[in-house]
Unconditional design. Sequence first.
Length: 117
Amino acid sequence: MVLRKVCKETIGEAFKRLKKYSPDGYMLICSSSKYRIPFNKEGFMISFMYLKKAFLKQDCDSKRQEKTLKDLQDRYLVEESIENNHKVFGQHNLIRSVALKCNKQLKEELKSKYNLN
């Protein structure tokens, strides 16, 4: 129990750094936390792309998507595996639990920043 709490705090600190130094990475890890099972890259990116378009009025080209995903993989926040001969991406449950909380906060921040209800 204590170890789990320490791990969550450490992951929380990593998320704070991610938010500061890689806003797209933070947005991707948060938005993809709603998926319990691994998805192909397109499925993994769909919520991220929605947030970018709906709130920031920005498109995100494939190069930027690749860079963002690679950044998360380099930080060990996203797991890559092969299922049925296809590459899929997901999150460890501990990372996902922190990301779910951050996702809620992110959406509230974006709503208030862009005056949306």
